[in-house]
Design a protein around this ligand. Structure first.
Ligand code: PGA
Length: 252
């Protein structure tokens, strides 16, 4: 089975509803019938329903959310559950993003609960892992990635893991303009497959899509996507511009 090619655009806390709808329309105009790549649009919560209507009949375009809560519902003022996301058409959710780890102090145990909620609601997790610059400079990056990955995926069966997408996002590359080289990305993606093979089996390792994220843009996407173990990108800044995002989609 060949792995999916995926480009996901994480808008983070950017755009008004009207700007977001215009952006989606411009993307659809350029790539509407290009179905070789799975495209995932990940807007802020408040625009999900509206953007779902724009995407719902489009070939290979899907809606994703930036976060979900660890619980299914109840008295959690201000929070959003995975079943709410499902009710507005979300098929994917980001879990473990470095901004959630660093600014909101989310830990491995939270990610396990969030992913369980997502899977219960037929939402695929895009589970993000990545080392800091200090961890790379002190040569701890393989150890950190092994821990981040193992602590979470060991809680899931092989069948549940088959629904995961992984994203390797070195923290030093996110929003900094400094991208991992294709060689660094390939090295880490291959390493991640090795960790997955140790926990499950080689089939699981070969079938999981692993996205690269961190200053991936219209200029460097092609080189990164050429790497054997890089299956696409999780795009932040460059997903806010229709031309750039579409160029990335056409970069395989
Ligand atoms: P960036 O963000 O492309 O702006 O570096 C990537 C991400 O945070 O997913």
């Amino acid at each position: 089975m060949s792995r999916q090619k995926i480009v996901a655009g994480n808008w983070k806390m950017n755009k008004s509803l009207q700007e977001g709808k215009t952006l989606v329309q411009m993307i659809l105009n350029q790539v509407n019938d290009f179905d070789e790549v799975t495209k995932i649009i990940i807007p802020p919560f408040t625009y999900l329903d509206s953007i779902n209507s724009q995407l719902s009949k489009k070939e290979n375009f899907f809606l994703g959310a930036q976060n979900c809560h660890t619980n299914s519902g109840g008295a959690f003022t201000g929070e959003i559950s995975a079943n709410m996301l499902s009710s507005v058409g979300c098929k994917f959710v980001l879990v473990g993003h470095s901004e959630r780890r660093h600014y909101f102090n989310e830990k491995d145990g939270d990610f396990v609960l969030k992913i369980k909620e997502a899977l219960k609601n037929n939402i695929q997790p895009i589970f993000c892992i990545g080392e800091t610059i200090h961890e790379r400079k002190t040569d701890n990056h393989f150890k950190v990635i092994t821990e981040q990955l193992t602590n979470v995926i060991k809680e899931f069966s092989i069948d549940d893991f088959a629904k995961f997408i992984l994203a390797y996002e070195p923290v030093w590359a996110i929003g900094t303009g400094e991208t991992a080289t294709a060689q660094q990305a390939q090295e880490m993606h291959a390493f991640i497959r090795g960790v997955v093979a140790d926990i499950y089996d080689s089939n699981s390792a070969n079938n999981v899509a692993i996205l690269y994220g961190g200053s991936c843009n219209a200029q460097n996407a092609q080189e990164l996507f050429k790497c054997k173990d890089v299956d696409g990108g999780l795009i932040g800044g460059a997903s806010l511009n229709a031309d750039d995002f579409c160029k990335i989609i056409f970069s395989f």
